[in-house]
Ligand binder design. Structure first.
Ligand code: FES
Length: 163
């Protein structure tokens, strides 16, 4: 367990305790945990199940049903590539192949340095200027391999500020 994971059990317990009495508490609890931790740790499943008096399989089923929920800790940045039609018509498939090769990962995986998790997404509402990519809250259009490489460089380069 690294330093960032040290408070995971306490965080899960706090969220479960504060939300377990709400009607339909499972989804709010899962959202709360992912909002705080970035994913749903395996250790959280039995804690949630016990609090809601349901089985661990029930909790796991919901986590795996919704693509939004992650079971593994993501990289420092989540890069989502649009795979929907309009972006495909503008070169998204070539971009996708380039991105996977550049990062050395497939969809759903994280680079070995844990800097970037690559995910597919299906339309970001930015079709006119595709291929589109989302990094966190930011949507970037007209993405091509060269721009993607610059984006990765920006995300993985630590800038030193000299005063
Ligand atoms: S199809 Fe890619 S943003 Fe809409």
């Amino acid at each position: 367990m690294d330093e960032t994971q040290a408070g995971v059990p306490d965080t899960v317990e706090t969220i479960v305790t504060s939300l377990k009495h709400k009607p339909g508490a499972l989804l709010p609890i899962l959202h709360g945990i992912q909002d705080h931790l970035g994913y749903i740790p395996d250790d959280a499943i039995p804690v949630i199940a016990r609090a809601l008096r349901i089985t661990a399989a029930d909790v796991h089923g919901v986590v795996s049903f919704y693509h939004y929920f992650r079971s593994e800790q993501p990289g420092r940045h989540v890069v989502e590539l649009c795979r929907a039609e309009a972006c495909q018509a503008r070169g998204a498939r070539a971009l996708e192949a380039h991105a996977k090769a550049r990062l050395g990962v497939d969809y759903g995986q994280t680079t070995t340095d844990r800097s970037i998790t690559l995910k597919p997404v299906y339309c970001l509402g930015n079709c006119a200027t595709g291929p589109s990519v989302r990094v966190g809250e930011h949507i970037k259009g007209r993405m091509d391999p060269a721009r993607f490489d610059r984006l990765v460089d920006d995300l993985t380069t630590y800038k030193l500020e000299l005063n």
